[in-house]
Design a protein around this ligand. Structure first.
Ligand code: SF4
Ligand code: SF4
Length: 362
């Protein structure tokens, strides 16, 4: 193939794997890749890296609303062109980082970002941006909005994003269904269905692959059934744990409900291996109303937990370390949250009812 033919070939999308990051790196990062001497944080929201070669680079981190319109992206790109030679990257928590090779540009960049409404922070012992699920914008199964909850909560925690005053790093996450995106976090806010799905028997045969739906259920509560002469499904409601896993492969098994889909708050999850091993979170509040647009009941509980932790934890204790030290009874005493039989240890009981084997039982 000649050079001209190669150039004429339309560019094909690469649909698997992570793209090579090298073409997108700031020249200072590229030059010193893997050769860093140390880094520090001159102020909240700013990381300063020094290479063995003597080169220095400053990363300025700002919060964004994650789901952005084109005008916001243009604003951010214009700011990047003006101060950061056009180099930015997004963190996994939807913060944007501008990379600067000149220290004198850091302060004017921060001023410009703050003026444009993007708070600078999210580093060190701050409350970083909430890990944000897709919600109604992209996903077909949410029981609530995702960006709304994130916005409402981060409005309340704005100052904690900008300051580094927590005992340790605090990660928050949300999940707008019970089974998918919400990851382990220090505090997680997760939809909680409280009633089994309602089945539209007229649609099941046309829309759902029944064996796939039956196999989805973690407690084997779904059975094939014939309803009004049509092939459909039935749910053994005594077994159903209202997880909602049957709803994505079979939308006629509607589980979202404006009243019965509630919120639960979980605490103590951690993915990292730093200082202590990773931990699973546990449920500490349940049955909170799904109350848009500000979700005040959820905010109140999250703030109660967060500020009790801030008061009581020792330096560098993650939320899970703090609870481990004081014990769960003291956690409930100190936060003032009511302890009920539905919390924390429900998974011990679940051993008897959950389908824990890889076999499908009908
Ligand atoms: S948490 Fe569930 S509903 Fe929300 S975006 Fe993820 S898969 Fe969709
Ligand atoms: S998948 Fe979940 S919600 Fe659906 S029937 Fe089974 S336990 Fe109930």
């Amino acid at each position: 193939m000649s050079q001209a033919q190669v150039q004429d070939k339309p560019r094909r999308a690469v649909e698997s794997g992570v793209p090579d990051n090298q073409p997108f790196l700031h020249p200072v990062l590229k030059k010193n890749y893997g050769n860093w001497k140390y880094h520090d944080r001159p102020r909240p929201g700013v990381l300063h890296h020094v290479a063995h070669s003597g080169d220095e680079i400053w990363s300025v981190r700002a919060g964004t609303q994650r789901q952005m319109d084109v005008h916001t992206i243009r604003t951010l790109c214009d700011i990047a062109d003006q101060y950061a030679d056009g180099y930015v990257r997004f963190t996994i928590r939807a913060n944007i980082e501008f990379m600067l090779a000149k220290q004198e540009r850091v302060a004017p960049l921060i001023e410009t970002l703050e003026k444009a409404g993007f708070p600078v922070g999210g580093t060190g012992n701050s409350v970083s941006m909430i890990a944000h699920t897709q919600g109604w914008l992209h996903c077909d199964i949410p029981g609530t909005d995702a960006s709304g909850v994130v916005k409402a909560l981060m409005d309340e925690l704005y100052d904690e994003f900008k300051r580094e005053e927590m005992p340790s790093r605090v990660h928050l996450s949300t999940s707008c269904c019970e089974i998918n995106c919400g990851g382990q976090a220090d505090i997680a806010i997760i939809i909680q269905h409280t009633k089994p799905p309602k089945i539209n028997h007229d649609l099941v045969a046309n829309v759902c692959e029944r064996p796939a739906v039956v196999a989805r259920c973690p407690v084997a509560a779904i059975r094939p059934a014939l309803v009004n002469g049509k092939p459909s499904l039935e749910v053994d409601e005594k077994k159903c744990i209202c997880c909602g896993a049957c709803y994505p492969p079979c939308p006629p098994m509607q589980i979202n409900d404006p009243v019965h889909s509630k919120f639960a708050v979980w605490v103590g999850g951690k993915n990292s291996n730093a200082r202590a091993k990773p931990t699973f979170m546990k449920m500490v509040a349940s049955g909170l109303p799904n109350n848009p647009p500000r979700w005040p009941e959820v905010s109140e509980i999250v703030k109660k937990i967060l500020y009790t932790y801030k008061e009581d934890a020792r330096s560098w204790e993650r939320l899970s370390d703090w609870v481990e030290r004081i014990g769960w009874p003291r956690f409930f005493e100190k936060t003032g949250l009511p302890f009920t039989k539905y919390l924390i240890d429900d998974w011990r009981g679940a051993r008897a009812s959950l389908n824990a084997s890889t076999h499908i039982r009908f």
